[in-house]
Design a protein around this ligand. Structure first.
Ligand SMILES: Nc1ncnc2c1ncn2[C@@H]1O[C@H](COP(=O)(O)OP(=O)(O)OP(=O)(O)O)[C@@H](O)[C@H]1O
Ligand SMILES: Cc1ncc(COP(=O)(O)O)c(N)n1
Length: 270
């Protein structure tokens, strides 16, 4: 019998379906990993912004994590929105129980500018969660926040990726250039060298949830046993096509379209 590749996301929700847990599960499904989810916070949001946030009680978060690790295999997992230190502690205590690659998308603000994590938890994330990761995937503002330095050039991005690993103990770091101008270029430092992933910049406002989709795709590929650099390469392709075929839904920044990428990915790889 075929063994499933099992991917888990630990994150907040997006009822409009473009970001958070919903985006992650769709991505896992499209890429043929078995998707599982642990919810940290319920977020009332859509393409225009965040209305309100409800954090689940900490015992509920712990019970969900326990429900997974006591019963299900985890071949790779990711974290997205983890709003406060208590939740981060619960996740940090759980991580050693699973020996699987850990991808951290250090979600801090929604694309609308609404904060998704409490101010004081940023330091805790950097000092305690980051060293547990196999890969961290900050965008430019998140990398600036973690390092406390502003970034303006490709050289700054490469330097930031290296610092995440050498100074803060991440397993590897992928600094994403979605917020830069020109081509969409991301830099991965894997502990020994810098790898560059480039795509053309697609002219669209519909990029709600690109960071979630990208890190979920990397997690899916890692759950299937791909080596890190190959997982990022293929995930970059997946997210680029999802942005190219994004939906003009809602009144704000519309969601990416995972469905459109399925055939292309299948034609290419199966
Ligand atoms: N307009 C675009 N065209 C092509 N690729 C893009 C575009 N915008 C972002 N990307 C790519 O999408 C991926 C996600 O990058 P980005 O920096 O936007 O992450 P993020 O800010 O975490 O996502 P989000 O927009 O969901 O907050 C990266 O590979 C980035 O290069
Ligand atoms: C629950 C949750 N997690 C992450 C994001 C970031 O996604 P984006 O920056 O594209 O809005 C989000 N909006 N909501």
């Amino acid at each position: 019998m075929k063994q499933a590749a099992c991917a888990l996301t630990i994150a907040g929700t997006d009822p409009s379906g473009g970001a958070g847990i919903q985006a992650d599960l769709k991505t896992f499904q499209e890429l043929q990993s078995y998707g599982m989810s642990v919810i940290t916070s319920i977020v009332a949001q859509n393409t225009t912004g965040v209305k309100s946030v409800h954090h689940l009680p900490i015992e509920m978060l712990k019970d969900q994590l326990e429900a997974i690790s006591s019963d299900m295999p985890v071949h790779a997992f990711k974290t997205g929105m983890i709003s406060n230190v208590s939740m981060m502690k619960a996740v940090a205590e759980w991580v050693p129980q699973v020996s699987a690659p850990y991808v951290m998308d250090p979600v801090m603000v929604a694309q609308s500018g609404d904060p998704l994590i409490e101010e004081e938890s940023r330091v805790w994330l950097r000092e305690n969660l980051l060293p547990l990761t196999s890969l961290v995937t900050p965008n430019i503002p998140e990398a600036e926040d973690i390092l406390g330095e502003s970034m303006e050039s490709s050289e700054d991005m490469k330097e930031a990726a290296q610092q995440m690993v050498t100074r803060f103990g991440a397993g590897a770091a992928l600094v994403k250039g979605g917020h830069m101008k020109g081509e969409a270029v991301d830099f991965l430092y894997d502990g020994s060298e810098i790898h560059t992933f480039t795509s053309e910049r697609i002219d669209t406002k519909n990029t709600h949830g690109t960071g979630c989709t990208y890190s979920a795709a990397i997690t899916a590929y890692l759950s299937q046993g791909l080596p890190l650099v190959e997982a990022v390469k293929q995930a970059k392709y997946f997210v680029t096509e999802a942005i190219r075929h994004s939906f003009n839904l809602g009144n704000g920044s519309g969601p990416t379209n995972h469905f459109a990428t399925r055939e292309e990915v299948f034609n290419k790889w199966f």
